[in-house]
Design a protein around this ligand. Structure first.
Ligand SMILES: [Zn+2]
Length: 318
């Protein structure tokens, strides 16, 4: 396994990388991010795709946006998520560097633009598979941060959808997609490569950083916690490697660390919310310094506190 933090510094300062990842994760639309930054985030010119062999048939590609999982072998190529469409030629070149076979399937972990942006390109040559709600959201108007987002080009819509789970038998192993509801969005699926012992969790895992929970599109804080517990209770082999939607390659230790961080920060913020303190005053107090490493450009400590605040102020109001 390549140590990703070290690998990143070969290209550019870690802080720059985090900034661009943050913009990418903003699904292309965010009222607080200048449009020029968004444009730069989606413009692939300065992006390098970094390839890491994870285990067995599976590789991880990091460019800009969500981490990509790739299976290569005798049956060809299968991708999990595909970042932004301007990056498609670079993603294609990175995969060709590993394996020359045809791209057969693209699995989407959820509908956010930094994970499915390449769909209209790759959908012309491969079959796209996703949970039912992903197709629903990509094929209809969506409101994202107060702005209307047009449906995706039809070539990018998932062709095969499922409610709870689906298996693709490919490159000598069962690749299992399992829907875990109402965590990051309402359409998330984790992808388990049963022979390679690799799990891609999409944005149900932000590795070593505060998670984004899309409360406008079916995500919930308690669902997110429940899904992490569900994953930790599953029967995985000891040598499992875990790819998160964002952040460095990890293992179940990374999942456990995220679960514990959420539990501990909720235990700090929730009583303050229920005691009627304002969001501003809770943010001013902040979190203990040991949570600082989780802070990043997209989900800062303030924004993470806001996610907890929204969850429990709404529950108190009901
Ligand atoms: Zn996402």
């Amino acid at each position: 396994m390549v140590h990703v933090a070290t690998a990143i510094s070969e290209h550019r300062p870690a802080h720059f990388r985090r900034t661009t990842a943050a913009i990418a994760c903003a699904v292309g639309i965010h009222s607080t991010i200048p449009l020029v930054s968004v444009a730069r985030a989606q413009d692939g010119r300065h992006v390098k795709i970094r390839t890491t062999h994870v285990a067995g048939h599976v590789y991880m590609l990091e460019g800009r946006g969500g981490n990509i999982g790739v299976s290569v072998g005798d049956d060809g190529v299968l991708m999990v998520d595909d970042e932004f469409s301007p990056l498609a030629p670079k993603i294609r070149a990175a995969i060709a560097h590993i394996e020359k076979g045809p791209l057969r399937f693209v699995l989407n972990t959820h509908f956010h633009g930094d994970h499915v942006g390449g769909n209209p390109v790759f959908g012309t040559e491969a079959t796209i598979i996703a949970q039912d709600n992903v197709r629903e959201r990509l094929s209809t108007l969506q409101k994202i941060w107060g702005k209307t987002k047009e449906p995706m080009d039809k070539a990018g819509w998932p062709v095969i959808t499922f409610a709870k789970s689906l298996s693709v038998h490919f490159n000598g192993e069962e690749i299992r997609m399992i829907h875990l509801s109402h965590g990051h969005t309402d359409g998330d699926a984790i992808v388990y490569f049963t022979g390679s012992h690799v799990l891609h969790m999409g944005d149900l895992l932000f590795s070593a950083r505060f998670p984004y929970i899309d409360l406008e599109h079916g995500g919930t804080l308690e669902g997110y916690q429940h899904n992490l517990d569900t994953v930790l209770a599953m029967d995985f082999p000891d040598d499992l490697k875990v790819i998160g939607g964002h952040g460095p390659l990890t293992t179940l230790e990374g999942v456990r660390a995220l679960r514990d961080m959420i539990r501990d920060t909720v235990a700090i913020v929730r009583p303050a919310v229920e005691a009627g303190q304002s969001l501003a005053s809770i943010q001013k107090k902040g979190l203990p310094a040991r949570f600082d490493p989780w802070n990043w450009d997209f989900i800062t400590t303030d924004r993470w506190i806001e996610t907890i605040y929204k969850t429990y102020s709404e529950q108190s109001a009901n």
